[in-house]
Design a protein around this ligand. Structure first.
Ligand SMILES: Cc1cc2nc3c(=O)[nH]c(=O)nc-3n(C[C@H](O)[C@H](O)[C@H](O)COP(=O)(O)OP(=O)(O)OC[C@H]3O[C@@H](n4cnc5c(N)ncnc54)[C@H](O)[C@@H]3O)c2cc1C
Length: 595
């Protein structure tokens, strides 16, 4: 069975030493309650819940999977009791505003808690996952009565939320969706259509399920301009909050899938179900993006979480398993062979995992702190900057942390050898579970198009400008620091190159629109690796400056950063070469000649 111990020391280092979360919380309105003591207590308690309650259910949940019979979904043994404990502990309310029963703890602390839940049991963590996005959509776009009636039970965990976008013929291209919404005389709507792949669409954990459904009004324009968003509960809910009869919707089946088998992925049939419009007619895309952006960052944390857990297990195994002798002579002559960890290529894989886990953690929590600034700052300029930065970083957080998680779980299987491939040790489960994270909430390709096409080309790269300015200011401040020169010089050069490369792609895309699509995924990796390089340089600086961490911790950060800069960051060379190769080699092959 695979193990999990919450990496609390590194989480605290990322939040408080590298990113200065304590000082930020103290100056943000309402954040002063999140003192270091409070944050530490929340993290300790979440670690206990993740390690002791959720982690033991991970492998049995995978083996048992969800059950479906006559429209009813039953979750694996123990999931329901764990969910009850989760609600009793007040966890669903952690980040929600006080007026809806929440504790309003900063998002960055919520991000660390989320990482632990996902590491411990990704399938289970998918049940409360979309409640957060649904809450955000209701908070920002709902009417007051909708917030009153729906938010409180979601915040308490008594009800859960879903996000119903995908239809059989419509995945990435939401403009194709067909689900209909017809106005009823009482001001509500009747929703008819089939949604597929709906996470937690039906289950036995909560009293009611609040589906947020994208549908079209009768007179809606074609494409994405004609999409509206509706609240459609499993049990009808009147405007005064009274819960009524079963709504006209049902789960038709659940999917049998590669991983996250304990998570219910449902076909949902809406058959004239009663629903309420959220926001303006035909403006559903705005509300949907509120939901999706929250969910995209959350899926990035899923990647981080499995990177971490795969690393922990691979490291323990590499220390323990004896195979072959070190090339430079026995390291454990008292044993029949040396442990795996002496071999250079095992070390390459372990360091890759460590660099992605610890560097990715700083990137992920940095994004969460931007959410805190957006939600709490009284300074409009500060909020706007944070909003532009977050918009720019969201596709990077989502795609980079999930793509590097594929590599990290691959490394774990490889380090375990044949024992990684069989089920007993749990590594193959991580590799299967993590595979979905580059697909749902917008595939890596879609994140890349969002980054390059929308956030950079269409919005004139405000977020990129802020990020590059921040990196440049850091490099400038540290340029005379001899301890950091090995990182600052390449980082400063790459940052300059990044601006030039972005302009280069922009110029080429004016002449041929395919150039942007051809460059996008390589560009996302290129940008992501530079972002991680920045956070690794900051991590070394923070470790050096920290009084609370010993020499070994500081050295571990420095040596991992050195590995990252010498062995991972050069991947930017491959990506820039691919980008500069342009669209021709992809597009000149006639479709007919592929076969
Ligand atoms: C386990 C699971 C849970 C899910 N949960 C939910 C949920 O809760 N709610 C929900 O609404 N949906 C959910 N989904 C659906 C998921 O978000 C979609 O599968 C995803 O958006 C991709 O859509 P698709 O599968 O139809 O692929 P398609 O849209 O058919 O795409 C196929 C491939 O083509 C690529 N592609 C498409 N267009 C372009 C383009 N312009 N440029 C480059 N490449 C392109 C895609 O990136 C992908 O690689 C879930 C799916 C799964 C498997």
């Amino acid at each position: 069975m695979s193990k999990y111990a919450a990496p609390l020391t590194d989480m605290r280092f990322a939040l408080f030493d590298v990113l200065g979360a304590e000082a930020l919380f103290a100056r943000l309105p309402g954040g002063d309650a999140a003192t270091r003591d409070v944050c530490d207590a929340v993290l300790d308690e979440a670690a206990r819940f993740a390690e002791q309650v959720l982690a033991p259910l991970n492998q049995p949940g995978d083996q048992e999977g969800c059950h479906f019979a006559d429209g009813v979904v039953t979750t694996p043994k123990g999931f329901r009791e764990a969910y009850t404990q989760f609600c009793d502990g007040g966890w669903p309310a952690l980040n929600a505003p006080e007026q809806y029963g929440g504790q309003h703890v900063p998002e960055a602390i919520g991000a660390a808690v989320k990482e632990m839940l996902d590491s411990a049991n990704l399938s289970w963590a998918n049940f409360p996952l979309l409640s957060h996005g649904a809450s955000e959509a209701l908070k920002q776009h709902g009417e007051e009565w909708q917030r009153e009636v729906f938010l409180k039970p979601i915040v308490s965990g008594r009800w859960t939320g879903t996000m119903c976008l995908t239809e059989p013929h419509c995945g990435t291209d939401l403009g194709l969706l067909k689900t209909k919404a017809e106005p009823a005389a009482d001001g509500s709507y009747r929703i008819t259509g089939t949604k597929i792949f709906i996470t937690a669409g039906e289950h036995d954990l909560a009293d009611n399920i609040v589906h947020l459904v994208l549908a079209r009004l009768p007179d809606a324009p074609a494409g994405t301009k004609g999409i509206s968003l509706f609240i459609v509960p499993k049990f009808k809910v009147a405007r005064d909050g009274t819960v009524g009869a079963r709504n006209a919707l049902a789960c038709g089946s659940i999917e049998h899938k590669m991983g996250i088998k304990g998570s219910a992925t449902c076909v949902m049939n809406f058959d004239g179900a009663e629903g309420y419009l959220i926001g303006q007619p035909n403006k559903g895309l705005n509300a949907m993006f509120t939901m999706m952006n929250t969910a995209r960052i959350a899926v990035g944390y899923q990647g981080l979480a499995l990177t971490e857990r795969a690393y922990q297990n691979a490291l323990a195994y590499a220390r323990d398993r004896l195979q072959m002798r070190s090339l430079s002579g026995p390291k454990r002559p008292d044993k029949p062979a040396d442990p795996l960890i002496v071999h250079p290529d095992i070390r390459r894989m372990l360091l890759t995992q460590k660099a992605f886990a610890e560097g990715g953690r700083v990137l992920g929590y940095y994004a969460a702190l931007l959410v805190d600034v957006i939600e709490r700052s009284e300074d409009a300029a500060e909020r706007q900057r944070a909003d532009e930065l977050l918009g720019f970083l969201t596709p990077i957080v989502k795609a980079l942390l999930t793509e590097t998680a594929q590599e990290s779980t691959y490394c774990a299987v490889q380090i375990f050898g044949g024992h990684g491939y069989i089920a007993e040790w749990g590594m193959e489960q991580f590799a299967r579970d993590v595979r979905i994270t580059t697909i749902y909430e917008g595939t890596t390709q879609i994140q890349a198009l969002d980054l390059l096409g929308r956030k950079i080309m269409q919005l004139q790269g405000a977020g990129l400008r802020h990020f590059v300015e921040e990196i440049s200011a850091f490099c400038h401040a540290q340029q005379a620091n001899p301890e950091l020169v090995e990182f600052i010089k390449p980082l400063a050069e790459l940052t300059q190159e990044w601006i030039g490369l972005t302009q280069e792609i922009g110029r080429k895309a004016i002449g041929d629109a395919e150039e942007m699509g051809a460059a996008a995924v390589d560009y996302l990796f290129y940008a992501g690796y530079i972002a991680l390089a920045y956070f690794w340089a900051r991590s070394v600086a923070a470790a050096d400056a920290s009084a609370g961490h010993g020499a070994e911790f500081k050295q571990s950060k420095r040596l991992t950063a050195r590995f990252y800069y010498s062995r991972i960051l050069p991947r930017t060379r491959g990506h820039i070469a691919a980008i500069r190769a342009g669209a021709a080699s992809l597009m000149e092959m006639p479709d007919a000649l592929f076969g």
